[in-house]
Write a protein that binds this ligand. Structure first.
Ligand SMILES: NC(=O)c1ccc[n+]([C@@H]2O[C@H](COP(=O)([O-])OP(=O)(O)OC[C@H]3O[C@@H](n4cnc5c(N)ncnc54)[C@H](OP(=O)(O)O)[C@@H]3O)[C@@H](O)[C@H]2O)c1
Length: 273
């Protein structure tokens, strides 16, 4: 693929994960530029990876083919309004990873930009196992999509959605869901402790079980997850007893209600920001 310059505005946690992943996957460091309000994070990125750095966001606009907008959502309007719009060309792709900011709002903040992509990564991106949902407006070409995909693939898997509203579903299913699993593990760890295991022993028990279960799901893509579950539920056995208790307690309905609550909150946030 033709090497295009990728710029990041905001060099916080998510940007650092993406840049580290990109460089590790072979993207040339001299084709990456990042800006940030303060210098500390930039100096570390430059020293570790050799990317270009600046505290002037307009330098990123001057040099980049794709600009990743990675400041906190509530800071986006101020940041974009301070940019020099004359540096924006029709060919530049703007990819926002800010949670809860719809493309229409972003376009109002920077009307000069034509090509917009909204990306929704999740926190496991920090360990290279992220899941990112992406949506591009009609100005975004297949080549633009391929480059944005390459960026987010540096920190995990990607899924392009066909309409922007589906990004809220991505938030419910992948953006927020690591916390659902953490809650489940916390509850299991606490119960294992009540059964007499130390805090650390309980953690090892539940984390390794989770990791093994996740690996089985990954390694058996053609097997339904429900089949993996029923395979370990012998009739009258311990697993069946526990799983049936979950089902009788309404776990599937509670998961559905909780995911809908995430979607509703995402819709509310889109209107507030
Ligand atoms: N972390 C995640 O897992 C995750 C998941 C999904 C989406 N996101 C989205 O990703 C974006 C970044 O999140 P993050 O966790 O990386 O946040 P973060 O660590 O707080 O990084 C934000 C960075 O933006 C910089 N900044 C603020 N205003 C700026 C300006 N006007 N010009 C240049 N830089 C500016 C800040 O600089 P200072 O250090 O000087 O304050 C900070 O380094 C957010 O919009 C968030 O919603 C994050």
């Amino acid at each position: 693929m033709q090497q295009r310059t990728v710029g990041f505005i905001g060099a916080g946690n998510m940007t650092q994960s993406i840049i580290r992943g990109l460089v590790a996957s072979g993207y040339p460091a001299d084709a990456i530029i990042a800006s940030n309000r303060s210098e500390g994070k930039l100096n570390a990125l430059n020293a570790d990876l050799g990317i270009q750095i600046t505290t002037d966001n307009n330098d990123v606009l001057r040099q980049s083919d794709v600009v990743v907008l990675s400041v906190k959502p509530q800071m986006m309007a101020d940041m974009l309004s301070a940019c020099d719009a004359s540096l924006v060309s029709d060919d530049m792709v703007f990819m926002s990873i800010a949670a809860g900011l719809p493309l229409q709002r972003l376009a109002e903040m920077l009307p000069a930009a034509q090509k917009w992509v909204r990306a929704m990564p999740n926190t496991p991106s920090a360990v290279g196992l992220g899941m990112t949902g992406l949506y591009g407006n009609p100005h975004v070409t297949q080549a633009d999509q391929a480059l944005c995909n390459e960026l987010m693939s540096a920190v995990g898997e990607t899924l392009w959605v066909e309409n922007e509203a589906q990004i809220d579903g991505v938030i419910a299913a992948a953006g927020s869901s690591p916390a659902y699993f953490f809650l489940f593990l916390e509850a299991m760890q606490a119960e294992a402790e009540k059964m007499g295991f130390s805090h650390q022993q309980a953690r090892v028990l539940v984390q390794q079980a989770m990791r093994g279960a996740a690996e089985m799901v990954m390694q058996n893509p053609d097997t339904e997850i429900s089949t993996l579950r029923t395979n370990v539920m012998s009739k009258g056995g311990t697993t069946a007893e526990a799983v049936n208790t979950f089902i009788a307690g309404g776990l599937p309905e509670l998961v559905s209600k909780s995911m809908q609550a995430a979607v509703t909150r995402a819709q509310q946030m889109s209107k507030q920001l």
